[in-house]
Design a protein around this ligand. Structure first.
Ligand SMILES: [Zn+2]
Length: 606
């Protein structure tokens, strides 16, 4: 089914980079989120009013157009060529439905669905019909929402576009009906759905019937999901009100354009209600990523390839398909130099291992992942509170087989260590990991978890948000996942904070990694009231991979060829890749129930 995808040329993506920078935490445009936000705010004043402004109209001459963000006159053709991104400030112009289709679908592949749904005026609201025909004339569209099937790099998908020029893309009955009918048809035809969202909210002229569209669209998306199909949204400027509170926020993957205004209540309404000014960047796309509600910012130039990546990683596969590799035959070969180096290696004491795994130079999960996986796209956020950089998660290809990757990451520079909180996750980190693992289960992807943390973060906010609850829930939910889960301890395995992402069908350790109930310092302090006896504690705590293999806590020890370092990372990863592939082959064709039952039995024996 993957048809050798692992070796296929990736459209528009340089294969070298591990992180295809397509879903970013903050796609720093020079027009910052804050600046874009101020502009967006003006549009909010016109909420639910016909925004007749064509994206290329304000202050324009024949070949010049005024940028709505920086106000400079810029060359029209150049702007169009740059996918309606300002060449001066990188600010985003709003795009028309036709331009969006051109930028997304393979040329000539778009076929509109349900184009002939008749307009309605269910409450006989006076002047509404005139308003509709006015909007129609201005935009050349029948309604604010257009949907149909198309191909993206040859792959079939459904795309829908909300057009803010048409009555602020407010959602009425026709709009809601088109979303719902198209999602139903996509369910029947087994197609993924991508919706480019924009809206001022519900369409006031249709009153309560407009409100009902929110529940109707959400219900259809649920059925589409139950059929194991991918539904993803791309939030564009502005996405607010009833659309945010229904289909826009229900994506398996939620993306946003840089600087887009996204919120439930509009900023003007919030300001009036609470009687105070709002902070800079409030309700920007970047704000939503930081607060855990959007998977990532996607620049326009990356949208097509991101959708393609999502289609390929969510293809419907035969059930129990966990090991469809593009090149199963290629095996890792250890160099003579490393063979010799590992043979000459002197035994390493437990305390030396403790010191080794704490060294900031020790390779991280991201270093290994760069060699193990073909592509990796990171997802952010727990959809509840925030995005925790101490845990990285996303989707990758392992020789053509899609997998979900979870990894504790400590950071390799002082700045990165601070940003990642030295790899000590907060509750939102564990909840993000769980969200991504549940998603892996939904789409039948195996989970590969790299564990490397001194422990869960200890602090006031972590307790306020339920650190204990977050860890406990992960243990319970991971136990029942109906896909293979492999956990690899690559450095420090500190207590419950490590176990929270280490409930696997198998648990492996790198040769010099450690895994313990708490740090040797903590152990010595509690049992002997003397933390300076940490070295002594480390020798009796059974924290080394060799001890844990003997105790049956892990299944396998992975060689480090003389110690994990920049020089050995590629070899460690090469061997690891072969081992992961063999592990997945062992589950190929197995039912989800059996996979979960085996994991249950594994932990039942302790
Ligand atoms: Zn500009």
């Amino acid at each position: 089914m993957t048809r050798g995808f692992g070796k296929k040329k990736w459209p528009g993506i340089n294969r070298r980079g591990l992180f295809c920078r397509v879903m970013e935490r903050n796609a720093a445009t020079t027009a910052s989120g804050a600046k874009a936000f101020k502009e967006n705010d003006k549009d909010d004043e016109a909420e639910n009013e016909a925004d007749g402004r064509k994206p290329a109209e304000t202050g324009a001459t024949d070949d010049k157009i005024k940028c709505p963000k920086c106000g400079k006159l810029v060359d029209k053709k150049r702007v169009a060529k740059r996918r309606y991104v300002c060449p001066e400030c990188n600010g985003y112009f709003r795009v028309s439905t036709n331009a969006r289709i051109r930028m997304t679908a393979d040329r000539g592949s778009f076929e509109e669905w349900f184009a002939d749904v008749k307009p309605v005026n269910p409450l006989d609201y006076e002047g509404y019909e005139e308003k509709l025909s006015e909007a129609r004339e201005k935009t050349g569209l029948r309604e604010a929402f257009t949907i149909g099937s198309c191909r993206i790099f040859g792959e079939k998908a459904v795309i829908g576009i909300c057009d803010a020029r048409f009555l602020m893309a407010s959602m009425g009955s026709v709009y809601g009906e088109k979303v719902t009918a198209a999602v139903e048809r996509a369910t029947q035809e087994g197609l993924p759905v991508f919706l480019f969202c924009a809206s001022g909210g519900a369409r006031m002229q249709e009153g309560i019937l407009s409100l009902m569209q929110m529940a109707k669209t959400a219900a259809a998306i649920r059925k589409h999901g139950e059929a194991g199909l991918l539904y993803a949204t791309i939030l564009t400027d502005p996405t607010t009100g009833g659309v945010t509170a229904s289909f826009a926020m229900l994506g398996d993957v939620i993306m946003a354009e840089p600087g887009a205004l996204i919120g439930f209540a509009g900023p003007r309404v919030i300001r009036q209600t609470i009687g105070q000014e709002l902070p800079e960047g409030f309700q920007s796309a970047e704000f939503l990523v930081e607060h855990g509600f959007v998977d990532g910012i996607v620049k326009r130039m990356n949208v097509r390839k991101t959708l393609y990546f999502l289609i390929k990683t969510h293809e419907r596969r035969r059930s129990g398909s966990f090991a469809e590799f593009a090149n199963a035959g290629e095996r890792f070969v250890l160099s003579e130099i490393l063979k010799e180096k590992s043979a000459l290696q002197a035994p390493v004491s437990a305390w030396e291992k403790v010191k080794a795994v704490r060294r900031v130079q020790r390779p991280s999960a991201l270093d290994y992942a760069g060699y193990v996986f073909d592509h990796f796209v990171e997802s952010h956020g727990d959809r509840l509170f925030g995005d925790d950089p101490a845990i990285v998660g996303g989707i990758a290809f392992l020789d053509g087989q899609p997998v979900t990757v979870i990894a504790d990451v400590k950071g390799s520079t002082m700045k990165e260590c601070q940003m990642r909180n030295f790899g000590m996750p907060r509750p939102e980190g564990y909840r993000k990991a769980l969200r991504l693992m549940k998603q892996a289960e939904k789409f039948g992807r195996p989970v590969i978890s790299f564990v490397n943390t001194s422990g869960a973060f200890c602090g006031i906010e972590a307790e306020e948000r339920g650190q204990g609850e977050a860890i406990a829930r992960n243990l319970m939910e991971m136990a029942g996942l109906k896909v293979p889960v492999l956990c690899i301890l690559i450095g420090e395995g500190g207590s419950g904070g490590a176990l929270a992402t280490a409930v696997g069908n198998e648990v492996w350790m790198l040769e010099n990694a450690t895994y313990s109930i708490l740090s040797p310092e903590g152990f010595a302090s509690i049992l002997w009231k003397d933390s300076s006896r940490a070295k002594e504690a480390s020798e009796i705590m059974n924290i080394t991979a060799q001890d844990l293999l003997r105790l049956g806590v892990i299944e396998k020890i992975l060689p480090e060829y003389g110690g994990a370092s920049e020089q050995t990372a590629e070899a460690i990863a090469g061997n690891l890749k072969d081992e992961i592939k063999a592990f997945l082959q062992g589950f190929d064709g197995m039912s989800g129930e059996e996979i979960a039952e085996r994991r249950y039995a594994r932990f039942r024996r302790y």
